[in-house]
Design a protein around this ligand. Sequence first.
Ligand SMILES: C[S@@+](CC[C@H](N)C(=O)[O-])C[C@H]1O[C@@H](n2cnc3c(N)ncnc32)[C@H](O)[C@@H]1O
Length: 357
Amino acid sequence: MTAPVSRDSLEELGTRVLPPADWRGDTKTPLDADTAFNGFISTHVVFALEQLGLFTWFDKESRLDVPDFCRTRRTDETVLRHLLSAAESFGYLTVTGDRVTPTPAWSELRRKIGFFTWGVGGYHDVFANAATIARGERVFGQDVLRDEGMVALGSAQADLALMRHLLDEQIAALDFSVIADLGSGISERVCRLVKSRPGARGLGLDISASATDLAAGIVGRHGLTDRVQPICADVLDVLFRGRRIEGAEQVDVAMSFMFLHDLLVDPSTRGDVIPALRKAFPHAHTFLLADTTVRPRGTGDTLPVFSSGFELAHALMGVPIYTREEYENLFREGGLHLRRTIPFGAPHTYLFVLEAQ
Ligand SMILES: C[S@@+](CC[C@H](N)C(=O)[O-])C[C@H]1O[C@@H](n2cnc3c(N)ncnc32)[C@H](O)[C@@H]1O
């Protein structure tokens, strides 16, 4: 089990930002064939158990009765028993007759479940089509799609388990009444931040209709329909094609999480993205921009969760990703002052705290 990122790893600009030790990961390379194959099956089993509600179940209960669970959840008992048996083989659960209990390994899966939702739920078709994409027989975005709702859900789960406390520390120090989250997914984060600040309001912009639909439900569940507005919009339309967002003038903190690279795909506008962001939110004094970066190579023979999937998925989609230094240069050239770079929970992921000058 890896340790959470500590306050000691938060370093002001001007000192070296040391990647947390747990970003080196626990997967020893080379992966032998047995581990690789079982890893593929186990990710699917873990994702299935998440979808069937077992992680939420064990958040509250210490055991599960299979027939009871199947009756109340309308789940096929034979299939569930096979999934549970596979999970037992992987060392995640103990099954004794009808009774199921989690093993100690379950809690780490729980902490990292967002990566399973992201990888299996969001990108299964992309990874499965790697060879056809490589041969040019299929093209991402035309014949091969990711499941955007699952990508957004997985990101929200990772936020909840790994990132939220780090963001909250930064937000607590900021003065704001209107925040905008760009590429906001299911708007869970913007809801949480608005809820924690009396009188504050929020906008969540996302290109995905399915994520925006999920966001509307989340906003309702938080009781924030009068304060948080999920908007289905292409942020590139806002930055470069004159789409106006009502309320953008009032935004004082603009944020984006795991999304900046999507704005930087086109090399001809890459250098204009930061200036265009500042123009789109002219009164924003702070930009909180977080993204996963390219994993530095040559740092040992282990791998962490997520990085290999993040890098391969984006390569298959034809979306470049960047090093931490490339991001920091982009901000400087775009006229934002980098106040702080913070290791942000998921491997090789940073939160950049930037001030408009
Ligand atoms: C990896 S998810 C991150 C979601 C959320 N920010 C989080 O951290 O939980 C990236 C999000 O960006 C959205 N997105 C991608 N391109 C976009 C664009 N051009 N405009 C608006 N949203 C976009 C996707 O639909 C997806 O919800």
